[in-house]
Design a protein around this ligand. Structure first.
Ligand code: 3JN
Length: 333
């Protein structure tokens, strides 16, 4: 069997990672179409040794497409996903457009693969920070039932996009050469700095949290358990690829650090890097380019009865976006 695939938003950082992940995995791709804005139409993209022209995303572009992987702005997803579905495709959408729609499954295959089967044409891919956290928390939740999560994220600039990666490069260079460093993408200097505001320049939520922080709460409840509480602080840091998270969980039943380590070692999609003697722990520079979620610094939270602390790192463009989307597509075939 081979599947006709469209990558929608092919020239973006996530679109290109979707191409890479499809290429690397044994996904049975028959025809592949790369769709993007008018601006990119006519440019070329290679796939498994063949060069493909990038086509403009139009209402007619989904003819014959069976699975469409979307990584485009929310408003575009809202417009084009129903068109793709009407043309017979199943859409895996990486935006926030449909995530909280009760008719649309929100899926992390390691956590709730079964939910994908109930789709009506659209399956949503969660926010990158939620995805990697839940991959790490699922084995602990199954053992001890997580009631409450406190998480601080350290998010790479590639989560914002290519222009943000350019800004980090340019402004780092400007600071180091004592030139004026004027931020354009971010509201403040991102080089040698931390910005506790994601996404930037969006309205604050009424409770004072940011949109990203509330996505982590709401999406976790939809994917893993409806009664979990998640209090997040999301921070942009001067890292190109790889989101890191300091995660504290409180469970109903005690899960010791030793047991958590054992559970994580045997869980799908996870690599444990946690050797105190050798001073090893996950770091974004080592995790970029991998499809796995890395966990380390596993230790007891001694301030509560049943608490654990850990450090979770993953490539935000891969498991946080492209890899998770391709894994969802794999569930469909
Ligand atoms: O900033 C990050 O590190 C993650 C960015 C996520 C993002 C950026 C723009 C739009 C999202 C998302 O996946 O939650 C969206 C969106 O939801 O559409």
């Amino acid at each position: 069997m081979s599947v006709s695939i469209a990558v929608v938003g092919a020239t973006g950082a996530v679109g290109q990672a979707m191409r890479d992940v499809l290429e690397e995995r044994d996904f049975p791709v028959g025809r592949i179409r790369f769709l993007a804005s008018e601006r990119s139409a006519g440019m070329e993209m290679s796939f498994r040794g063949e060069v493909h022209a990038i086509e403009e995303l139009t209402e007619e572009a989904f003819e014959g497409v069976q699975i469409a992987l979307f990584s485009i702005p929310k408003a575009m997803s809202r417009k084009f996903a129903p068109i793709a579905v009407a043309a017979g495709a199943v859409v895996v959408d990486n935006s926030n457009a449909f995530r909280m729609d009760p008719e649309v499954p929100l899926v992390v295959p390691e956590v709730n693969a079964d939910a994908a089967q109930g789709h009506n044409g659209i399956i949503a891919n969660p926010n990158c920070s939620t995805t990697q956290m839940l991959v790490a928390l699922k084995p602990i939740h199954d053992e001890g039932v997580i009631r409450r999560v406190v998480v601080t994220t350290f998010q790479a600039v590639s989560g914002t996009g290519r222009d943000a990666m350019d800004e980090l490069r340019d402004l780092s260079d400007a600071v180091l050469s004592s030139r004026e460093a004027r931020p354009l993408v971010y509201p403040h200097l991102i080089a040698f700095n931390c910005l506790p505001e994601i996404p930037n320049k969006a309205p604050w939520e009424p409770n004072g949290y940011t949109e990203e922080e509330m996505k982590m709460h709401n999406e976790t409840r939809k994917i893993m358990a409806a009664d979990i509480q998640v209090a997040a602080t999301c921070v942009r840091v001067p890292v190109f690829i790889g989101h890191s998270e300091a995660v504290t969980v409180e469970t109903q039943r005690k899960v010791t650090p030793e047991r958590a380590r054992e559970l994580l070692l045997n869980a799908p999609g996870i690599k444990v890097i946690d050797d105190r003697e050798a001073r090893t722990y996950p770091m974004p520079v080592d995790c970029a380019g991998s499809n796995d979620t890395f966990v380390g610094r596993i230790r007891e939270d001694y301030t509560v009865a049943n608490g654990l602390n850990m450090w979770v790192v993953s490539d935000n463009l891969r498991k946080g976006a492209a890899t998770n989307a391709v894994q969802i597509a794999e569930l469909l075939i």
